[in-house]
Design a protein around this ligand. Structure first.
Ligand code: COA
Length: 176
């Protein structure tokens, strides 16, 4: 049966979501415990929302995001990098994609694309921003095909071992 995509109560389903993220992105138990607190806090932010992909009653993918605020921790980290490139106005009137993960057993079937276009279609903002590990990856390929371009590269988050790229796209996202 094809997975179904719909709104997800991420606060209630945080453990299932993090189990997907753990295998998709590679998180150990300690990182999962930290992410659990972060996700619960994020879901209290104004306009935060999530969508999930469910197959046979199991969550197999999810996305969440929110209207960006320059006061959020993520924004404060990326702001100097964007400013250095003249791109920091992207932090205003923008919907930020905080996480997008699809279980490896269900990747490459269009779920990631469907999840991110579904959530951004609900946004009132004219554009979207996100960060992704600064390598050639399926995630970077997907984001580019949706119209995201690089706003800053080699962005270092405290405690993250690898640098990130910050990307932005006009909304609605490009359709094929
Ligand atoms: C990124 C991710 C969510 C994509 O989910 P998905 O359901 O597999 O994606 P889709 O099937 O909708 O789209 C696949 C797209 O990814 C891109 N892609 C897939 N494999 C790729 C590869 N090896 N190289 C480059 N691009 C690739 C293509 O643009 C492809 O689009 P297509 O429809 O033209 O083939 C999924 O790969 C994932 O969970 N990865 C691990 C976690 C992660 O990196 N999350 C993002 C954090 S920023």
């Amino acid at each position: 049966m094809d997975p179904e995509i719909g709104p997800l109560d991420l606060t209630a389903h945080v453990d299932e979501a993090l189990a997907v993220q753990a295998v998709a992105f590679g998180l150990g138990p300690e990182e999962v415990a930290v992410r659990r607190q972060i996700v619960q806090r994020h879901m209290q932010y104004q306009g935060a929302r999530a969508y999930g992909a469910t197959a046979g009653g199991r969550l197999v993918g999810f996305v969440y995001g929110m209207p960006n605020s320059r006061t959020h921790w993520w924004s404060t980290v990326v702001e100097p990098y964007l400013r250095a490139n003249g791109n920091d106005s992207w932090l205003d009137d923008s919907f930020v994609i905080t996480e997008l993960h699809v279980h490896p057993d269900h990747q490459n079937r269009g779920l990631g694309r469907k999840l991110i276009t579904t959530i951004t279609d609900t946004a009132d903002e004219p554009r979207s921003i996100l960060s992704a590990i600064d390598i050639d990856s399926p995630a970077r390929g997907l984001y580019r095909s949706l119209g995201y371009t690089d706003l800053a590269r080699q962005v270092h988050f405290p405690s993250a071992p690898r640098p990130y790229a910050v990307m932005g796209a006009p909304l609605p996202l490009r359709r094929r």
